[in-house]
Design a protein around this ligand. Structure first.
Ligand SMILES: Nc1nc2c(c(=O)[nH]1)N[C@H]1C(S)=C(S)[C@@H](COP(=O)(O)OP(=O)(O)OC[C@H]3O[C@@H](n4cnc5c(=O)[nH]c(N)nc54)[C@H](O)[C@@H]3O)O[C@H]1N2
Ligand SMILES: Nc1nc2c(c(=O)[nH]1)N[C@H]1C(S)=C(S)[C@@H](COP(=O)(O)OP(=O)(O)OC[C@H]3O[C@@H](n4cnc5c(=O)[nH]c(N)nc54)[C@H](O)[C@@H]3O)O[C@H]1N2
Ligand SMILES: [Mo]
Length: 646
């Protein structure tokens, strides 16, 4: 008998696709797109269709493991959880709660995943994490400007006359945006891409501008100058709905157009034309990406781009907006995290994870629980992350696979995939909420994150506070949505558009800032001196999602894209081996000579594992954004040299 299960990808991806799982005799035979999902509309990316290769991979770990001298030894759940409970009690009693750290990532956006945080809060609070590896700067920038990171519904671009895609590569990272972009272009809209790399997205755009990496703040200042020069500004919006305009003008007036052009390496006529396009035809939408968000000074860069929206009166209108992503927290009841139980609080910024552990004092961190993240691969400065993990007394990793991080665990706990779980996914990339219905029983002895902490809570006197079925917990977590008229039962039937999400953000022009107005930035950032000659951009890969790569699917060697002129100067033939060096480390890669990269830029995709010869974060510096505690992966510079064949 074949069954059809309605589910949703909880992956850390703006698409969160609606999925139909076809199940026969307890085994999933196929994943398909769910045509009833209003945004993803029945198609998945290759990674989605092929997700079953992960579920049924022979490399998936399905039993608890303990590290022994000769490697890993299978143990029972009882032994694993008894050991962990004893360690928790020991570290609490000996050094205090701060000696225990909980590092939860965002690899699954299932709502029940928060309950692991509840468990650690119920312990009285432990050392946790603040900031982000993904969107911290954009959140901080938009909180300062408009009060919250909230954009127009993606469908709003169908009303745009111009769409500027700024530091985002949807052809690779948001494939369901493509049909919308194509439709709006067919209706006559102009599409403009701003990206130092000539990506695949450039081929669907009318114009591609490749500024110096990290210089977009200046490009935005140049556009603003010309908007003012040509009176393409919305005086009413500036007068009635903004604050801090005079200070912003002072910043603007302290640079000449020529200086700006030199800084961002875009010719004045190109900047001026861009300003005419942006200010000349309303509405114009800016789609801000995550590339622009991974620099030390990203908060200022993003605020300078937001300012364009305010100047041209392109905020709060259909087809307008400076759109990044959506905050998902407002859908959930914060009390579920048991904040009242927290007596101890210490947070380490995610980008400084390694350093934070190494330098921790009073008490030093001794034990860590890691779930839903692979910090050795994903955090900047992998070498420091490894040093930090090696120095800990007790490491627990909850995952599906023996990742580079899991290699440092003392106990590995096998967890279920979403196809073995019941949950709800609220997306950060669009406004649809999707059900996660259980398609199959857990494979092997794998357990959900929730089940794992529930079992552990029994050993620590917290059973009552953690008990409940996933459905019962979902009803508690989802209280605010139930109050807004959307029940958990309804969500579990099929994907549904979020009832509180506006099609147009801030249509009433009442911003959630303390002044109620759009706030211009007050200060520019300090430019950094680069240590090495090339910017290292490490964007996401079209082939894989973050670090979710099966070992057998790894490339033999990472590929480094370099400009033909650099290749000539340095004597680096195509497909030859090169050595890259930064302040943090070294990496051997294969040079791919390509004019999609600027002469000052080297490009390597993020995600591959160190034990498979990859790991671009061995090169990246552990730098942090000026606000929002965001990892500044792209502020790293490198040198490159030819290597003899292996
Ligand atoms: N295939 C695939 N899809 C994914 C993911 C994946 O790993 N693989 N990951 C998902 C996740 S978690 C996220 S956050 C999203 C991110 O989605 P995107 O925003 O598309 O991702 P990035 O690759 O970080 O950056 C996009 C572009 O920004 C450019 N960029 C870098 N620095 C600058 C700059 O200074 N100025 C400008 N103008 N551009 C710059 C890069 O060259 C890159 O082409 O993708 C999601 N979708
Ligand atoms: N150099 C460089 N580094 C980057 C980036 C970049 O552009 N350049 N991009 C960054 C971005 S945008 C992001 S979002 C981060 C992501 O960094 P991570 O959060 O590390 O992302 P993932 O690779 O998705 O997942 C980590 C692990 O979680 C596991 N996992 C999946 N689902 C579950 C679950 O339900 N429970 C448990 N316990 N485990 C689960 C997976 O098997 C995987 O091993 O990486 C960042 N790192
Ligand atoms: Mo991300």
């Amino acid at each position: 008998m074949e069954k059809t299960i309605i589910t949703t990808s909880p992956a850390d991806c703006p698409e969160n696709c609606g999925i139909i799982a076809k199940v026969k005799d307890g085994r999933i035979i196929k994943l398909e797109g769910n045509p009833e999902h209003g945004y993803t509309k029945g198609f998945l990316c290759r990674k989605g269709y092929r997700y079953l290769n992960r579920v049924y991979s022979s490399k998936r770990v399905l039993f608890p493991q303990k590290k022994v001298k000769s490697g890993w030894k299978r143990i029972s759940w009882d032994e694993a959880l008894d050991t962990i409970a004893e360690k928790i009690k020991f570290f609490q009693d000996t050094y205090g709660n701060g000696s225990i750290m909980h590092f939860q990532g965002a690899s699954s956006w299932g709502a029940t995943k928060q309950l692991v945080k509840r468990f650690f809060n119920l312990l009285g609070g432990v050392t946790t994490i603040k900031g982000s590896l993904c969107s911290g700067s954009a959140r901080a920038a938009q909180e300062a400007d408009i009060g919250v990171r909230l954009g127009n519904d993606p469908e709003s671009i169908l009303k745009s006359k111009v769409v500027i895609i700024w530091g985002r590569d949807p052809a690779k990272t948001s494939i369901h945006l493509l049909p919308l972009l194509k439709r709006t272009r067919e209706q006559g809209a102009r599409l403009i891409l701003i990206d130092p790399i000539r990506t695949k997205t450039a081929s669907i755009c009318d114009k591609h501008i490749a500024p110096r990496p990290g210089s977009d703040g200046f490009l935005a200042l140049g556009i603003a100058k010309e908007l003012l020069e040509m009176s393409l500004v919305d005086a009413d919006f500036i007068e009635n709905h903004t604050a801090g305009y005079d200070t912003y003008l002072e910043i603007l007036n302290s640079f000449s157009m020529e200086k700006i052009a030199e800084k961002c390496d875009v010719e004045p006529p190109v900047i001026k034309k861009l300003a005419h396009t942006y200010g000349g035809q309303k509405p114009c939408s800016i789609l801000l990406g995550w590339g622009i968000n991974k620099w030390e000074h990203s908060p200022e860069m993003i605020r300078l781009i937001d300012a364009l929206g305010a100047l041209a009166g392109n905020i709060g209108i259909a087809g307008g907006g400076v759109n990044h992503g959506f905050q998902t927290g407002r859908h959930f009841d914060p009390q579920v995290l048991a904040p009242e139980a927290v007596k101890y609080r210490r947070e380490i910024a995610e980008p400084l994870f390694g350093q934070g552990i190494i330098e921790s004092k009073n008490p030093p961190i001794k034990m860590i629980w890691i779930n839903g993240i692979n910090p050795v691969v994903s955090c900047p400065n992998s070498n420091k992350v490894i040093e930090a993990l090696k120095g800990l007394d007790f490491v627990v990793v909850v995952d599906h696979f023996m990742t580079d991080t899991a290699d440092f665990a003392h106990i590995f706990l096998p967890t279920t995939t979403f196809l073995e779980e019941e949950d709800i996914v609220v997306s950060w990339g669009h406004n649809w909420i999707g059900p996660v219905n259980k398609a199959i029983e857990p494979l092997g002895e794998s357990r959900s994150d929730l089940q794992i902490v529930q079992e552990l809570s029994k050993r620590l006197g917290l059973e009552k506070e953690m008990e409940g079925t996933p459905r019962e917990w979902l009803k508690r977590i989802f209280q605010p949505m139930e109050k807004a008229g959307l029940s958990v039962e309804r969500v579990m039937q099929s994907p549904v558009r979020c009832p509180i999400a506006p099609m147009v953000a801030f249509e009433d022009k009442k911003f959630l800032t303390p002044s109620g107005k759009f706030e211009f930035l007050k200060e520019l950032y300090k430019e950094r001196d680069n240590e090495f000659p090339f910017h290292l951009l490490t964007p996401l890969s079209s082939t894989w999602l973050l670090s979710l790569i099966l070992e057998e699917e790894h490339p033999d060697i990472p590929q480094a894209l370099i400009n033909p002129n650099v290749a000539r100067q340095k004597g680096i033939p195509d497909k030859s081996r090169v050595l890259l060096k930064s302040i943090s480390g070294e990496l051997i890669a294969e040079a791919r000579v390509s004019n999609i990269a600027r002469e000052d830029t080297i490009v390597i995709s993020h995600g591959t594992w160190i034990k498979k010869g990859g790991g671009v974060n061995k090169l990246t510096q552990d730098l942090i954004s000026t606000s929002g505690n965001m990892a500044a992966f792209y502020s790293t510079t490198v040198s490159i040299q030819a290597l003899p064949p292996a």
